[in-house]
Design a protein around this ligand. Structure first.
Ligand code: ADP
Length: 255
């Protein structure tokens, strides 16, 4: 069997009294396209945030490419690995957020160029060339000099995708990337993600309420409830023939 690119093993996350992830375990194979679905508050976003080291788990093991993102120190508490190690790990993972998070005072092109120049030491001219290619790929060649405020939500989100891709990550995380968009702008973003899923060997994890898209996009679907995986399987199984009652109830409500 091929080694997993992501391993989540017995991971718990508590905020005070609230248990958000409850001894969660799953592996992701290199190149796999995974959809994380389930009710609001079931812990899906927290998993992506752990992988970005934006959160620290209360317990358990998170491995990316076989290496831990967190270590045990100071009694039993977990802490993020040292900065140098994390820098290397973060380069492997790109994330696209619900609210775009573009730099408002930088042009589209600068938004895409900045991180490779600052964090990877890429020469500005090379970063610009790559940015133009990526912006072309997401259909925004005409907007390279525009400012974020001049763009529609769908265009902003496509810039955010290009920006994450500029660091050439092995893993891309998408957190509800269409839920802040007007309905008529959703499709242009989903089309870009479809193209990435079909044409690249990146590992992709998608948190979404778009069940139709999850069905078409994913190799495997994980259904979460209260910080646990209740059911997982191929999209055809989960969407057409869910075994668990909680999955059935959820899908009846959202589809
Ligand atoms: P989902 O993505 O499935 O909607 P989340 O992972 O965003 O779920 O959140 C799971 C739960 O954790 C929610 O109840 C949320 O309110 C809580 N939560 C998330 N972040 C924090 C935080 N920093 N402090 C306290 N509670 C939080």
């Amino acid at each position: 069997m091929i080694a997993p690119i992501i391993r989540i093993q017995d991971v718990s996350k508590r905020f005070g009294e609230l248990t958000v992830l409850d001894k969660l375990s799953f592996d992701v194979a290199p190149g796999e396209k995974l959809a994380l679905i389930g009710p609001s508050g079931s812990g899906k976003t927290t998993i992506l945030r752990l992988l970005m080291t934006l959160e620290t788990p209360t317990d358990g093991l998170v491995l990316v490419d076989g290496e831990p993102l967190f270590h045990k120190r100071q009694g039993d508490a977990l802490v993020p690995a040292d900065e140098r190690h994390l820098h290397r790990m973060r380069e492997k993972i790109g994330m696209v957020f619900q609210h775009f998070n573009l730099f408002p005072h930088k042009s589209v092109c600068e938004n895409v160029c900045l991180a490779p120049v600052l964090t990877q030491g890429v020469k500005p001219a090379d970063a610009k060339r790559r940015a133009m290619e990526l912006l072309d790929m997401v259909g925004l060649s005409a907007k390279v000099d525009a400012m974020p405020a001049q763009l529609s939500g769908g265009q902003k989100q496509r810039v955010a995708i290009a920006r994450a891709l500029a660091l050439s990550p092995k893993i891309m995380l998408f957190d509800e990337v269409t839920s802040a968009l007007d309905p008529e702008l959703v499709e242009e973003v989903l089309n870009v993600m479809h193209m990435l899923a079909r044409e690249t060997d990146m590992t992709m994890l998608l948190v979404t309420h778009e069940m139709g898209f999850a069905h078409d996009f994913a190799d495997r679907v994980l259904f979460f409830d209260r910080g646990r995986i209740v059911e997982e399987g191929a999209p055809e199984e989960i969407f057409k023939n869910p075994r668990q009652e909680r999955t059935q109830t959820f899908l009846r409500k959202v589809v």
